[in-house]
Unconditional design. Sequence first.
Lengths: 85, 85, 85, 85, 85, 85, 85
Amino acid sequence: MRIEYDLDVLKPHQPDNWELAQVIMEIEGVTFVQIKTDEIDQKTTSVFLTIKGNGDLNLTNIKNALEDMNCALHSVDRVQIDNRS
Amino acid sequence: MRIEYDLDVLKPHQPDNWELAQVIMEIEGVTFVQIKTDEIDQKTTSVFLTIKGNGDLNLTNIKNALEDMNCALHSVDRVQIDNRS
Amino acid sequence: MRIEYDLDVLKPHQPDNWELAQVIMEIEGVTFVQIKTDEIDQKTTSVFLTIKGNGDLNLTNIKNALEDMNCALHSVDRVQIDNRS
Amino acid sequence: MRIEYDLDVLKPHQPDNWELAQVIMEIEGVTFVQIKTDEIDQKTTSVFLTIKGNGDLNLTNIKNALEDMNCALHSVDRVQIDNRS
Amino acid sequence: MRIEYDLDVLKPHQPDNWELAQVIMEIEGVTFVQIKTDEIDQKTTSVFLTIKGNGDLNLTNIKNALEDMNCALHSVDRVQIDNRS
Amino acid sequence: MRIEYDLDVLKPHQPDNWELAQVIMEIEGVTFVQIKTDEIDQKTTSVFLTIKGNGDLNLTNIKNALEDMNCALHSVDRVQIDNRS
Amino acid sequence: MRIEYDLDVLKPHQPDNWELAQVIMEIEGVTFVQIKTDEIDQKTTSVFLTIKGNGDLNLTNIKNALEDMNCALHSVDRVQIDNRS
């Protein structure tokens, strides 16, 4: 099973994209993460996250990791579950 | 036989896209589901669903599952049946 | 020999796209059918049909099946015959 | 040797695209034909023909076949000869 | 070695695209020719020629062949030499 | 593990793109670098860097190398970590 | 190691694109050259050069060859070094 998410996230300037990517990469089931900067404001940065993983990937774990880094999950723009061999 | 649907669905904010995807994934014959958010209004969210499956995939089962989650199937935008080996 | 058609069809709301696809799939020589909704009016829906098949696919059979379901074949937008191995 | 033509053709409503495709398919060297409707006027239809074939494909034969069906070859928009193995 | 040219050519209505393609195909080293009509004026037609060939392909030979058919080589829009195996 | 960065960098005219690419190529873990010029001003040039590498690639090393060449890392536009086999 | 450059070059009408391509092809390490005409002025032509090669490809050699033909290297728009196997 392959799972993919596109997430719209509002984050403080720290942690930066690289630190954020590394923390997400440590979550169970994650095999791929891409973070693209959308807009940089004075105190926050909005970013687009694409996260791919296997059947162990769990959105609650992602939400918790984001909150631990003071990031707000603004919206889940795309969810995809693919069970084709 | 491979079957694909593009569905236009109006749903309450709960269940969220991830819960909706998981329920659809449990329907007989479903092998792939993608949910993309189209518009978020005050009480509802309109989403685009792409569902792929084998010959056991049955639109009535999808409709029933959507209704059980208080979602309205607004329109069936695309139906595809592919029997090529 | 592989044959493909793009058809522009005007249909009543019933049968819906799924029923229409299933009936076309039963026609001799048909191996693939895709139905996309173009416009929904008060009494009718205009749809785009893509039908693919082998050398046994016969447009007369498709026309007859459409008429049996009260659908009007508005135009044959594309015809393709491919005999390359 | 593979030969391809894109032709701009003005035809009466009869023969229709399917009959036209079948006649062209019978011409020596033709292995592929695609006919797309461009514009439908009161008495005529302008169509785009793509014809592919091997080294036996001969434009004179195509012109003759079109004239036999009261079609006018308006222009030869693309000619391609490919001799790469 | 693979060589490719995109040429902008002004030609009289005769020879037509097909005759022009056949003559170019006879030039030493040519393995592919495509001729697309750009604009048709009262006495001339401007066409885009794409010619591909091996290391024996020689632009002087192409120019001479074009002049022999009363065609003017307006510009050489692209030259490509590829020596990668 | 494959890592990719898109970086927005402000650099003096010297070092030029080629020198910059060569220095970055020497950083541990780097396997690919692309530098595209975005805007050339009187004293500075803004460039887009795409850097790809393996798990040994470290953004701090890249930042240090850029600073050593008097380049300012304006923003990290994209970070991608791919652990799929 | 594969190296690629996109160069913006201002050249006199002579040498023409074909002569220029042949001279660049003789430079050590060059395996591919593409020259596209951008703008033709009264005395000069601006062209886009894409040059690909192996690790022996050296920008200084390209600059020298261009100057020998009275061409001015206006800018290096893209530099790419790829060391992935």
